[in-house]
Design a protein around this ligand. Structure first.
Ligand SMILES: C[S@@+](CC[C@H](N)C(=O)[O-])C[C@H]1O[C@@H](n2cnc3c(N)ncnc32)[C@H](O)[C@@H]1O
Length: 251
């Protein structure tokens, strides 16, 4: 990187939604990729408490992006996230209504059922984060890939997680051989895939950094940048918590 890369997550991102999730390591990138793609349509498969989804929505709102977002989930959980209770859906719905009314919609249904609501080649940014077995991730990709527009971006979470029967890592290794991709290794790993086609002349700085044949050195710098961006955000939040803590009473 010859120029200084100073994306919106560094300049002005203060997460409104902080919940337990292994996605937390990637929220600066999640915020920036939305600002970079400026999606007219964003779809997430697998929302749970909304860590990733509300990061995307916050970026849509704060970066004045005129688009719609859909969160698809049964809000029942699965064998990896475990089953959870109704309070999760209630909390996600309330946060959505209070902060993103008018452009963000929660579709409480199976991914397979949601397919019919989307035309082919209409999604600009798709995030696949449902069940993480090899079979489930490959099926989600096969079902939803046609819905993504040429040049669109697909994110995959957990591409580095090698626990239980997780198989996203294996499917991601196969995709890397066949598609234009970029991999973040930190946390549980985040894969970024670009569908061929589209108008590349309008590519934003981040998309160029990811996909314009980065040298190994430039790719390593971008990875390091987002490791530090995650830590920076966490440190800023600690400082804020300390500043907001009640002062000890003297005397
Ligand atoms: C790993 S969690 C999502 C994590 C979330 N993106 C975050 O930022 O923390 C996976 C979610 O996918 C949902 N899920 C898994 N398979 C599904 C399917 N076939 N249809 C609908 N929801 C599904 C589960 O209910 C669960 O809430």
């Amino acid at each position: 990187m010859t120029n200084v890369y100073l994306p919106p997550s560094i300049r002005h991102f203060d997460p409104l939604r902080m919940v337990f999730s292994t996605w937390v390591d990637h929220i600066p990138f999640g915020y920036d990729i939305v600002a970079a793609v400026r999606p007219k349509m964003l779809v997430e498969l697998g929302t749970h408490n909304g860590m990733s989804y509300f990061t995307f929505c916050q970026s849509m709102k704060e970066n004045d992006i005129d688009g719609v977002c859909y969160a698809v989930d049964t809000f029942e959980g699965d064998v990896h996230s475990d089953k959870y209770d109704e309070s999760v859906f209630t909390s996600v719905s309330n946060h959505n209504r209070q902060n993103y009314f008018g452009f963000s919609y929660v579709l409480r249904m199976l991914f397979e059922e949601a397919l019919r609501h989307f035309d082919n080649e209409t999604i600009d940014l798709l995030h696949i984060d449902g069940l993480h077995t090899y079979e489930a991730v490959s099926e989600d990709f096969a079902n939803w890939y046609p819905k993504v527009r040429p040049g669109g971006i697909i994110l995959f979470h957990d591409v580095m997680a090698r626990l239980q029967d997780f198989g996203a890592w294996k499917f991601w290794e196969e995709l890397r051989g066949k598609h234009e991709t970029f991999t973040f290794n930190h946390g549980f790993g985040l894969g970024v895939l670009r569908k061929p086609g589209g108008d590349r002349s309008q590519d934003s700085e981040l998309i160029k950094l990811l996909f314009d044949n980065p040298s190994d050195e430039r790719a390593a710098k971008l990875r390091a940048f987002y490791v530090h961006a995650g830590r920076h955000l966490e440190n800023m939040r600690k400082v804020k918590r300390m500043n907001n803590a009640p002062k000890p009473v003297e005397g």
